[in-house]
Write a protein that binds this ligand. Structure first.
Ligand code: APR
Length: 168
């Protein structure tokens, strides 16, 4: 399994699953969720919400609508009241990986969960996400792509990754 860092819009990435930075009620607001809904269609939100609410830290899969993916995996790092913690962030990433393995996917793309509307510190997010991704016991997944929207976020994740086990 290889971890890739890419800068860009996650809705343009080709992967078996695109991860949405979700809240636990699974309605899709701004940020990544807004972009996925705009590009993939409102049916993604309808499908996701039909499987909620969930606990923050949990994740569910939905259809991917018009996106170039088989599924959207909604990782609820944040609670709908805005609460987010190290635990809910790391759990939402780990639970997304469990779902991808359950679905026998080969590739998955993550955004920097929590670092937008939820206001989670980006450097801590990078450490937590890379830690979960590096320690997970993969069976089917071959490619995990971290998609960073801004140049700054990309550079930060690159610094935190210290080029260990990262494909650029
Ligand atoms: N592609 C990749 N990354 C993106 C994109 C995009 N199209 N749009 C935004 N981002 C980045 C943001 O800049 C931020 O660094 O994704 C990171 C996560 O930001 P949010 O999407 O705001 O997610 P989060 O902070 O986890 O808040 C989740 O926001 O939109 C609502 O419905 C959503 O309630 C949920 C909450």
């Amino acid at each position: 399994m290889k971890i890739y860092l890419e800068q860009g819009d996650i809705t343009n990435i080709q992967a078996d699953a695109i991860v949405n930075a979700a809240n636990n009620e699974l309605w899709m607001g701004a940020g990544v969720a807004g972009a996925i809904k705009r590009k993939g269609g409102i049916e993604i939100e309808k499908d996701a919400m039909s499987k909620g609410p969930i606990e923050h830290g949990e994740a569910i899969e939905s259809i991917a609508g018009k996106l170039n993916a088989k599924y959207v995996i909604h990782a609820a790092g944040m609670r709908s009241d805005g609460f987010i913690s190290k635990e809910s962030l790391s759990k939402s990433v780990e639970n997304s990986l469990f779902i991808a393995e359950k679905l026998q996917l080969q590739s998955i793309a993550f955004p920097a969960i929590g670092t937008g509307v939820a206001g989670f510190p980006p450097e801590e997010c990078a450490k937590i996400m890379l830690d979960v991704l590096r320690n997970f016991k993969y069976t089917k997944l071959e490619k995990v792509i971290l998609v960073l929207y801004s140049n700054e976020m990309y550079s930060l994740f690159l610094k935190v990754a210290e080029n260990k086990e990262i494909e650029l």
